[in-house]
Design a protein around this ligand. Structure first.
Ligand code: NOJ
Length: 533
């Protein structure tokens, strides 16, 4: 039993803040964010009250997929800075008590990575087997029916050598062959390179994709496919993802990370709960510390769906494994776009009061909502390849708005993506001075979480609740907190447990709230309970 905060690792007690480096802060006037810009904003991040930052990829890249296509895993893209700028950022983050996580992208490289350039030279290349090459099918078409997440076939024909190579994402992102031991040791060296430099861990991109079924059999056709879903859903990814051998690789990553002390590995995995939990590994061969939990991104936003979603996740956690929750990312539509401005405040309270490590995504603390990207400014390759399906990720990647100055204090130059429409009011400077702003709500909740062992490491228990509402208790020792969230636009009853004693209102998501026996429409409440235990 781990009773005190000190018995918990920093990443169990803490909150992670995701930075999309292109869009956080520009320091050199090219309209694209960079490492020096992030360093300039570290005081903002520390004051927000988070514990760690995760940087989406910062490595050299042709930027076909904005950094998820890497040409050198052990350097920094000039557009973001250089290794010296990285070392300064890391040092400055640590000086403020912030941990720093990098994005590790093991499934694929850029097609311009020296490894792939060598691999495609000839069938006899010593690096041929570092990627997944196959002969055409008898009709000359792709070797199997696998589809790319970005649309179309997952295979690209290479006329020079007469074979196809596999790419789960863009054709500019060939998949590495993790069954080849040399690939494995080269990538382990990459992890070592950054761990030796002092990073506190990694978010591992599409961990579940890394190993494919032997023989690369066709995937089953998806009986529920509709064209508006995007071509990736044409088939079920049974053979192209989530193969048993991936766990042994995750365990190798883990034992390396653990050999450096308290370093964190977060795995990006989109799978049903039972399969997701396997990425924690076993007591003998632990996997990643936190397999990302995207349940809140997928569940429909009503209490009847969320209550069982939370319960099922809690129940499925293997003993001793730590939960985590994600609400937004550079890939998903903004929270306030999905749920509306009122429920985005309730969502903030949910994310920051559930049991487990929350990951916040930059800009969600301002409540950025729907951003309409004019067609001529669309940059996301997923959107450009499958236009009109609403798959665009640019809307989550628009620049941070710091103040009301030209380009919102993000840059002196026109940013690479437009700002959200209401940036002149929805910006950090404006919201910092407004006690009722979204930013103030996030700061309040984060400060409370930091000061509360019940929120950081306490037990979670669902409580009886009126329809359309969620109610739960967090408890640690004598500290008991109750969270009641009205997910509807109607008033609802607030049901307190019989033994709540004198309850004290700590936070409401609404201004000027008082504690009564009701939840106002769209209200979230955080109460301290007294009374018997
Ligand atoms: C997941 C990343 O979050 C996404 O942005 C990227 O396009 C794919 N992996 C491919 O690396």
């Amino acid at each position: 039993m781990r009773l005190s905060l000190e018995d918990h690792a920093w990443w169990e007690r803490g909150v992670i803040y995701q930075i999309y480096p292109r869009s956080f802060q520009d320091s050199d006037g090219d309209g694209i964010g960079d490492l020096r810009g992030i360093e300039r904003r570290l005081d903002y991040i520390a004051a927000l009250g988070v514990d760690a930052i995760w940087l989406s990829p910062i490595f050299p890249s042709p930027m076909a997929d904005f950094g998820y296509d890497i040409t050198d895993h052990c350097d920094v893209a000039p557009v973001f800075g250089d290794l010296a700028a990285f070392d300064r950022l890391l040092c400055a983050a640590h000086a403020r008590g912030l941990k720093l996580l990098l994005d590790f992208v093991p499934n694929h490289s850029s097609d311009r990575h020296p490894w792939f350039i060598e691999s495609r030279k000839s069938r006899a290349s010593p690096k041929r087997d570092w990627y997944i090459w196959r002969d055409p099918a008898p009709d000359g078409g792709p070797p199997n029916n696998w589809t790319s997440d970005m649309g179309g076939s997952a295979w690209e024909f290479d006329a020079a050598t007469g074979q196809y190579y596999l790419h789960a994402f863009l054709k500019e992102q060939p998949d590495l062959n993790w069954r080849n031991p040399d690939v494995r040791s080269a990538m382990i060296d990459v992890l070592r390179f950054w761990l030796d430099r002092g990073v506190d861990g990694f978010r591992i991109d599409v961990l579940w994709h890394m190993v494919k079924a032997e023989g690369l059999p066709d995937n089953p056709v998806n009986p529920h496919y509709r064209p508006d879903m995007g071509e990736k859903y044409k088939v079920l990814q049974h053979h192209s993802t989530n193969q048993p051998d991936v766990h042994e690789i995750a365990a190798e990553f883990r034992s390396l990370a653990d050999s450096y002390g308290e370093r964190l590995l977060v795995g990006e995995i989109f799978l049903p709960l039972d399969a997701l939990m396997e990425y924690y590994g076993t007591p003998d061969a632990p996997g990643v510390h936190l397999p990302f939990n995207f349940q809140l991104l997928d569940a429909s936003w009503d209490a009847a769906s969320l209550a069982p979603t939370i319960a099922a996740y809690e129940a499925a956690l293997p003993p001793g494994c730590w939960p985590n929750w994600v609400m937004g990312s550079h890939d998903a539509p903004r929270i306030a776009d999905r749920l509306g401005a009122d429920q985005a405040r309730v969502a903030a309270m949910l994310l920051l009061t559930l049991r487990g490590t929350p990951t916040l995504y930059q800009g969600d603390e301002l409540g950025i909502g729907r951003v309409a990207i004019p067609p001529d400014r669309v940059r996301d390759p997923q959107d450009l390849r499958q236009p009109g399906l609403g798959l665009g990720r640019d809307r989550a990647r628009t620049p941070m708005a710091w103040d009301g100055s030209p380009h919102a204090g993000f840059s002196d130059f026109e940013p690479w993506l437009p700002l959200h429409e209401d940036w002149t009011v929805r910006n950090v400077a404006n919201q910092a001075g407004d006690p009722n702003s979204m930013l103030s709500l996030y700061r309040t909740l984060l400060a409370l979480r930091r000061a509360s062992p019940a929120l950081r490491i306490g037990e979670y228990a669902a409580l009886p609740a009126d329809s359309g509402t969620l109610c739960y208790q967090r408890r640690h020792g004598d500290e008991r907190l109750l969270i009641a969230l009205n997910l509807t636009g109607e008033p609802r009853r607030l049901i307190l447990p019989d033994d709540s004693g004198a309850a004290e209102l700590l936070v409401s998501t609404l201004p000027d709230a008082t504690l009564g026996d009701a939840l106002a429409p769209n209200e979230g409440l955080l109460l301290r309970l007294g009374g018997a235990r």
